[in-house]
Design a protein around this ligand. Structure first.
Ligand code: SF4
Length: 315
């Protein structure tokens, strides 16, 4: 039996040669496990990865992330094969906004501009005027004429944060991310007492009480840039713990502490169980078999493309 480290290296070599042979590109989200990030051609947050997907010249896009991200890559590349290592890699936030219920809400407010956070299904995007990510949400909201009313979905925490930042009243969908709602304020403050020189940095999907104590609030890539450019050396990081791998690589001399979750778990931090459904082995199998592949019911892809393209033009 091979040692786990050797097994991992062999698998990574096999993935790299399959990638060349099939003219495939691997896009990996920051929340993927380190072994996957190491074989990725691009690592990024939702906005960066959608831009990379739009520019790609590969025949196959392997999306190491969750289902809605792979869907976005397919919408931007209809003629390419987009595959996802595990089709069960969903997202609690996307699932908190079922299309039928959202359609009913939209019908009640026909004059409202519909802005949706990219963490939603293609059906929801198809019902939207504009899509945004946490990196460009403020800019997207500010691009809407002041006299227009807005529906914002699905993340209520990001929505509340944007109301505060832009001063625009918005009708919010009551959705949230289980990972970003799992942080314990009490444990976070206790951790801060133990590290009084630390800066608390948080993703805007976190609950308002966590954002209130944060020194910096930003998207995953915004947090990464902040840690790189800041004069401070200790950070408590309130987002999915997978980002710590890339952050630590960029600033090996800085101390990065994952913000603690309410529930006790093995790593005492918040991990997205959906993101972690993808493994190196599943990535290899999916590239070898070129499956499972992302596909849509008719019409959805074309309708969902419009608000995504508007976002890319504005960002
Ligand atoms: S971290 Fe939250 S928003 Fe991101 S994929 Fe996981 S459940 Fe969805």
């Amino acid at each position: 039996m091979l040692a786990p480290a050797l097994e991992r290296t062999i698998l990574q070599q096999k993935i790299n040669s399959l990638k060349k042979e099939k003219n495939a590109v691997i896009l990996a989200h920051y929340y993927q496990e380190p072994a996957i990030q190491e074989v990725a051609d691009f690592i990024g947050d939702s906005l960066e990865l959608s831009k990379k997907a739009a520019e790609s010249t590969a025949d196959i896009i392997v999306f190491a992330g969750v289902h809605f991200m792979a869907e976005t890559a397919k919408i931007l590349n209809p003629s390419k094969k987009v595959i996802l290592p595990d089709m069960q890699a969903g997202c609690s936030l996307a699932e908190s906004c079922p299309p039928e219920a959202f359609k009913k809400l939209k019908a009640q407010y026909p004059d409202h501009v519909v802005v949706t956070y990219i963490n939603c299904s293609a059906e929801i995007k198809a019902m939207s005027d504009l899509v945004c990510t946490s990196s460009n949400a403020e800019k997207i909201i500010n691009s809407i004429p002041a006299e227009k009313q807005i529906i914002f979905a699905p993340d209520k925490n990001l929505g509340k944060y944007l109301i505060q930042k832009t001063g625009r009243q918005m009708l919010l969908w009551d959705g949230s991310c289980i990972v970003h709602e799992a942080f314990s304020l009490d444990k976070l403050l206790q951790l801060f007492r133990e590290h009084p020189k630390a800066r608390i940095i948080a993703h805007p999907e976190s609950e308002p009480q966590v954002l209130k104590v944060a020194n910096y609030i930003g998207s995953t890539s915004g947090m990464l840039d902040h840690v790189k450019n800041s004069d401070h050396n200790i950070f408590i990081v309130a987002t999915e713990a997978g980002i710590l791998h890339q952050m630590q690589k960029e600033v090996p001399w800085k101390t990065l502490i994952p913000a603690p979750a309410k529930e006790d778990n093995t790593c005492a931090c918040s991990e997205c169980a959906f993101m972690k459904l993808n493994t190196l082995q599943k990535l290899y199998t999916c590239l070898e078999k070129e499956a499972p592949e992302i596909s849509f019911s008719e019409g959805i892809m074309e309708q969902a493309l419009v608000p995504i393209q508007r976002m890319l033009q504005l960002s």
